[in-house]
Design a protein around this ligand. Sequence first.
Ligand code: PMP
Length: 427
Amino acid sequence: MSRNQQLFEQSQSLIPGGVNSPVRAFGSVGGTPVFFKRGLGSRLWDEDGKEYIDYVGSWGPMILGHAQPDVIAAVQSTAANSLSFGAPTALELEMAQLITELVPSMEQVRLVSSGTEATMSAIRLARGFTSRSKILKFEGCYHGHADSLLVKAGSGALTFGQPSSAGVPPELAAHTLTLPYNDVPALEQLFSQVGNEIACVILEPVAGNMNLVKPTPEFLAALRTLCTQSGTLLIFDEVMTGFRVALGGAQQLFNIRPDLTTLGKVIGGGLPVGAFGGRADVMSSLAPLGPVYQAGTLSGNPVAVAAGLATLRQLQRPGFHTELAARTQQLTDGLTQAASEAGIAFSAQHVGGMFGIYFSQACPASFAEVMQADKQAFNRFFHAMLEEGVYLAPSAFEAGFVSIAHSDTDIAQTIAATRKAFSRLHA
Ligand code: PMP
């Protein structure tokens, strides 16, 4: 038995499902999850010493690759001065200055420790500010695991066929309205009926938790107009897209100014940091200034913030995002080319440094279309790639991530592995 298998068996008796976050368990693709020991740049090594090219990047944060020297140095030097104070630090101010400069719609910002905390707090703030209870989200979008947001959710909730979670009181879930992504007529109809009862609309401005689905320009424009007309706050959940699809996030790429934005992943460079922020008049409703309570013992943790700052500074290098997007396109072009050579129904697309691969003829534009892709083909492809030393997200419902550390050689090796994997799909 391999060490991976041994570790998984032992873990299952002590940790529910053997994992600390559901998708890690390979429930959707089957088989034994990989236990990782080490990462460097684009590469990972598991407990059995097998090497992989990594396209998960810890689900987004590792945009510079693993163990990036400047980030590690920042963590080490900050840690030497204590791991936590539970009091304000100059580092947090520096982070707030950088975020508000890079994402101008965020006039004020508060740091938290995860994406879930960021979205949960933004929703509470929106409800407190507007004195309304209803919120609107979109099918297949995942915004973390707060009660109000686990309704028709993507990611692990989708992977396991439980778009709504047990343990969420129906009375609370009733306040969460859901609509299909990219459906402008449905949006217009809902707003004409109850627009002035909706506290906020939250969306992934590029959906990355039902595989990858791009927003249409009409959808984003309609959202902005309808929210403004009915006094509803528009929340861009940029936990995944922030600093990844462009330096200023999806809102910069699509030129839409949300009222509130949530951040996570890249902002901590691999340590637990999240953030929410936006209009100063809205943010001043937060305690200690206003009536909306929100807090955190480790919020703004110095070591985590130092890792995030060291990461964000590198992203400011001119050309960083162009290079990252070009590298990602090299990957998606290579994959589609290999698929067409092999005669496999397959499509792929990317937005900046995030990508989607689909076992369907065309890229999907909605949750319903994502569900039509061939999930069995994905699962077989996933395992064939894993064997070839390419680590993809272990689910057909997750976006993939490329880091700036991925080289031409990495991409070429990945495409060579894909050719082999595709030939096995035929076998
Ligand atoms: N929002 C989005 C768009 C996400 O992708 C995620 C996590 N994948 C979250 C929120 C929740 O973040 P966390 O896992 O850090 O709580």
